[in-house]
Design a protein around this ligand. Structure first.
Ligand SMILES: [Zn+2]
Length: 209
């Protein structure tokens, strides 16, 4: 065996609260941490189905997030509703191609890639894939890292609002798309949190039985 054993293989488990690694008593259904008393689990319970449920909800809300207006602009010259893509097109055609790229990348590509990455991780764990565990662990860390910076999308909206208000006397209201978009960000973060990255390594351990 080339790689290190997992703690589970050695009959050890770690506490989610205080990180104490302990050897549980055999045949004990409800296990508690000997130090802090928190419930102990070898792996997060129902990790894959929980992560899937949150991911599917995020995928569904990604559709209204892109189709419904992100914001409604009203000025003396009338009112206008903008979706993410119409905002991208507006900035692209008005010469602010860098802003168009930032919005497209942060608001369309990043959430999409994040959802694809989570689906890939979940499918590979469910199929007990032994394909590139190091790369998949790296992918998971990347998804978690991106999650922390997803508020970038909110900043993008704030920038648009500021730019529009500089150009004209206008009132801007967030549309239903903004609510759906925020939900997508939060749901993908929760989905990544529900996923137990240790599952990536379990299949390899079992193959050596
Ligand atoms: Zn503990």
């Amino acid at each position: 065996m080339t790689a290190a054993m997992t703690a589970a293989e050695l009959g050890l488990l770690s506490c989610h609260t205080c990180r104490l690694v302990s050897r549980p008593a055999r045949g004990l259904g409800e296990m508690g941490c000997p130090r802090c008393g928190a419930a102990l689990h070898l792996r997060k319970p129902a990790s894959v189905s929980r992560s899937w449920a949150l991911l599917v909800a995020a995928v569904i809300l990604y559709i209204p997030a892109n189709l419904l207006p992100m914001m409604k602009t009203s000025s003396l010259f009338g009112s206008q509703s903008d979706t993410i893509m119409s905002g991208v097109v507006y900035f692209w055609t008005s010469g602010s191609w860098y802003l168009a790229l930032i919005i497209f990348f942060a608001s369309v590509m990043v959430p999409l890639l994040k959802m694809i990455a989570l689906a890939l991780l979940l499918v590979s764990v469910q199929r007990r894939s032994r394909w590139q565990p190091e790369q998949r662990a790296r992918l998971y860390r990347l998804v978690e890292f991106v999650g922390r910076w997803s508020m970038l999308d909110i900043y993008v909206v704030a920038v648009i609002v500021a730019l529009v208000q500089l150009k004209a006397i206008a009132t801007i209201q967030p549309g239903a798309g903004a609510v759906a978009f925020g939900a997508v960000v939060v749901l993908t973060m929760f989905s990544a949190m529900a996923f137990d990255a240790r599952l990536i390594w379990d299949t390899r351990a079992q193959s050596h039985g």
